[in-house]
Design a protein around this ligand. Structure first.
Ligand code: ADP
Length: 189
């Protein structure tokens, strides 16, 4: 069973690429950001807690996120997994390892979509006009980048050390062209 982490800074195209590759492969898919937005929309207790943090560009607590992933994997243990937006801290990555090994699923593989920061900012500001996500404003985006540099970039190093990391150019080319490269990588994992 494959455990694939689609990794990248905010705006790198994880959601877009996930949608394309899910048409080709039969993955059980989770986007932690999407689940949190759903919780906010439904006005749940978790949603209320998450909303404050998300609107500031900060991360939600590891405990909450790890709980979500644990139940997701439990419910989809017979399938290949595609994780989008998780893990975002080394603590989350370590917990994922434990969960995967408790289900005898083997190692996770990271595929990073690499995009320059100035292009990311531009993409997110454009998306703000189209989708109106509350965290897509310049101030919050800057804090999301800051959190990424402080907490999430180290996740790439964690998987590099285990030789479980591949990166592809997520900047040059159309989403369809980038997905061709991504599909090739997945087929050769
Ligand atoms: P993006 O990658 O564009 O920032 P996401 O939809 O993946 O967007 O996440 C939106 C927000 O949800 C993040 O800024 C963060 O506050 C929260 N979030 C999502 N996934 C995680 C996670 N694994 N750990 C902590 N917070 C998360």
């Amino acid at each position: 069973m494959r455990n694939i982490i689609l990794f990248g800074a905010p705006g790198a195209g994880k959601g877009t690429q996930s949608a394309i590759i899910r048409e080709k492969f039969d993955f059980a898919y989770i986007s932690t950001g999407e689940i949190l937005r759903e919780e906010i929309k439904n006005g749940t207790e978790l949603g209320k807690q998450a909303e404050v943090l998300i609107n500031k560009g900060e991360l939600v607590s590891d405990e909450i996120i790890i709980g979500m992933i644990q139940s997701f994997i439990e419910a989809n243990n017979n399938k290949d997994l595609l994780l989008d937006g998780f893990p975002r801290t080394v603590k989350q990555a370590e917990s994922l390892d434990k969960i995967l090994s408790s289900f005898n699923r083997g190692e996770a593989k990271v595929i990073e979509l690499e995009v320059d920061k100035d292009v990311l900012m531009q993409r997110l500001l454009n998306r703000a006009k189209i989708e109106g996500r509350k965290d897509d404003n310049e101030q919050t985006i800057k804090e999301r980048f800051n959190q990424y540099d402080k907490k999430t970039a180290a996740v790439a190093d964690y998987y590099k050390q285990k030789n479980s990391y591949i990166s592809i150019d997520g900047q040059h080319g159309t989403p369809a062209e980038i997905s061709v490269k991504l599909i090739t990588v997945i087929e050769n994992l």
